[in-house]
Design a protein around this ligand. Sequence first.
Ligand SMILES: *Cc1c(COP(=O)(O)O)cnc(C)c1O
Length: 463
Amino acid sequence: MRYVSTRGASPAVGFVDAVLGGLAPDGGLYVPRTWPQISPAEIAGFADKSYAEVAARVIGAFAGDEIDAADLLDMCREAYATFTHDAVVPLTQLEPGVFLAELFHGPSLAFKDVAMQILARLYDHMLSGQGRTQTILCATSGDTGGAAVEAFRGRRAVRVVALFPEGRISEVQRRFMTTATEPNIACVAVKGSFDDCQAIVKNAFQDAVLRQAVDLSGVNSINFARIAAQAVYYFTTAAALGAPGRKVSFCVPSGNFGDAFAGYVAHRMGLPIGEIVVATNANDILARTFQTGRYARGKVEPTISPAMDIQSASNFERLYFESTGREPVETARAFAAFAEAGVIDVAPQTLASMRALFRGVAVSEAQTRRTILATLNQTGELIDPHTAVAVAALSRADILTGPVVVMATAHPAKFPRDVAEASGVTPQLPRGVADLAGRPERFDRLPAEAESIKAYVRAFAGA
Ligand SMILES: *Cc1c(COP(=O)(O)O)cnc(C)c1O
């Protein structure tokens, strides 16, 4: 399987290079040259398979012959054995026809673990034998950093620098990163927003000298392996609810559009999907785009669902590329213009193509809080604020096709204060991490300046 850049100015590469490279050298994102297909009979058979087996099949479709199938299955088994639920991503019913996909049973209690646990093993596998040590630079809006630290701590061939916006993430989120004691992990509190952190990461990747000096790699949702790994639970949940015999719809709390785009990928691979509702908080760039066709950056507003406080959804570039009928020149023009002016006017035909699958709904803070309480009262389920954004969006969307799966992206105990304020109930951390608050923290503080952060990365990598 070959991977091309959405901007068309980088050479096509194989799976291993696309994963280890993260962002393409021309600033675009890698996508497979063609979408691999999974037949209806095979999708039906997923209902009887373990999560790890389905993961090996779906990710294997993207890895092609670059990773041995038996090795991949072993890696998937190991990755998903770190989850505390045997089903890995279990379904809970909220009401007739509406289900929660619980994506938060991994080591850092957020859906990022689903992709990161397998990604770390893929990295180890791919780098071993090459004698390489890579430096992973990642910007986190809260959960990516914790998931990356949990997945990569102590691994020999990889060191991780995690950038997080100071004061914009919850204490539990921060502690999942900063309490790691392994020397291959560095955490940096950046005086700025998540978008600032993300822009600094982009800048670092475009610095060819730094990139080579520290063998830079990325695990943000720009990394295609994460998207591939996230497509897996669209298949497992839909198959459990009767796919491909009936269409299933999804409602996804969205920030960087990685989770929702994975649904698009599953759809392109042959999974019948009714619709995907893209639920946003007050940072509603995606909801506005699907409604109006104008992708326009606003000011980032802090909310109680901080992992979605994003006004520049990096995976939107992949959808744009696909929806223009794969026009790399147009995609490069549009996203260069967005970097300058902060706006893309999506052409009517492109927008119509996006709307064939996606619909956007923005949810206010008050609605999110009310939904946490109402869900507890009506179902006994305590949900986190990100999940609540999606549940609230669903109640505002029109009738969807078939059963609906709402992506429950974090455990409520990651956001104890806001959940308790909304519901009157303080969520408890699961047994394995109950002592998190007592562990010592270790992190550095830097201004939101690309140069100082790049110097820090260089020093940490010993380059
Ligand atoms: C990252 C995250 C999201 C948003 O996912 P994207 O792939 O960035 O759209 C939603 N909820 C939680 C809890 C997250 O950590």
